[in-house]
Design a protein. Structure first.
Length: 263
């Protein structure tokens, strides 16, 4: 009679090897899924910002080329201004001569009932106050059309808005920040920039729009629970730097609370 085959069970070592292989495969799968989710969130964030930039362009088409202001409030102040530096003088008419909250063309309306305790409020989103219109009261909301588009998928906070606009786009000459060795006027003039070139209130005044960063996700650190005003990178050497020509480290991030727009 032929001998019967003897069944052989797996050894502990073989089982451990199989378990280890399965564990590695699961880990690779988890990392891949996590990377895919991250890429999807980044893609969603970029899509939101693309939509906001298209909304700005559409707004300009409907307003004789005028861009919405990157400010998050109406600002108030004078309805006109004159800027002079050694390179020249230029006069501005702020917001078509009006700086009231109802006519100022801020892209959001983060003031009054739209901000409570340093937090942007929006009726039906995080507020029951019908006057809370931090997003819907802004000039770009009719073009953006969705509350979700104001919030980045990669934003870990509970804010209603994640994005901040470039403070050099849609504004007159920016107000200065303290502590710098040179004023805006002196520094820009030294670079051969005229006062008129600092004005970006209209889309035709943007010299290189294809290479101009328009928006970003910003974690504001000035005491507000939202992106207060626009963002900018100050091209001058930061405060405390050695005097030129030794100050070679420009690029200080900052907010732009004093910027004004023109209608």
């Amino acid at each position: 009679m032929p001998a019967r085959a003897v069944r052989r069970a797996f050894t502990i070592i073989e089982l451990l090897v199989v378990v280890a292989i399965i564990g590695v495969l699961v880990a690779i799968l988890i990392v891949g899924l996590d990377k895919a989710r991250t890429m999807a969130r980044v893609a969603g964030c970029l899509a939101n910002q693309r939509g906001i930039s298209l909304a700005q362009a559409s707004y300009a088409l409907d307003n004789n080329g005028a861009l919405a202001s990157p400010r998050t409030s109406y600002g108030g102040g004078s309805a006109s201004a004159t800027f002079t530096n050694p390179c020249g003088t230029v006069s501005f008419l702020m917001n078509n001569g009006s700086t009231s909250s109802t006519t100022y063309h801020s892209w959001t309306a983060s003031y009054g009932a739209g901000v409570v305790g340093g937090t942007e409020m929006e009726y039906g989103l995080n507020s029951t106050n019908v006057a809370a219109k931090a997003l819907s009261g802004g000039k770009l909301f009719a073009y953006i059309g969705s509350f979700a588009a104001y919030r980045s998928p990669i934003d870990p906070t509970t804010r209603v808005r994640s994005y901040s606009l470039n403070a050099f786009v849609g504004v007159t000459v920016p107000t200065d920040a303290p502590a710098y060795l040179q004023s805006w006027q002196t520094w820009f003039c030294a670079q051969g920039v005229t006062p008129r070139e600092l004005v970006t209130t209209h889309i035709k005044m943007i010299k290189d729009p294809a290479h101009t960063l328009f928006s970003l996700v910003e974690d504001d650190s000035d005491g507000f629970n939202f992106n207060n005003e626009g963002w900018l990178i100050d091209p001058r050497p930061p405060p405390g730097s050695p005097a030129p020509p030794h100050a070679l480290s420009p690029g200080t991030w900052g907010n732009s609370g004093g910027l004004a727009g023109v209608g």
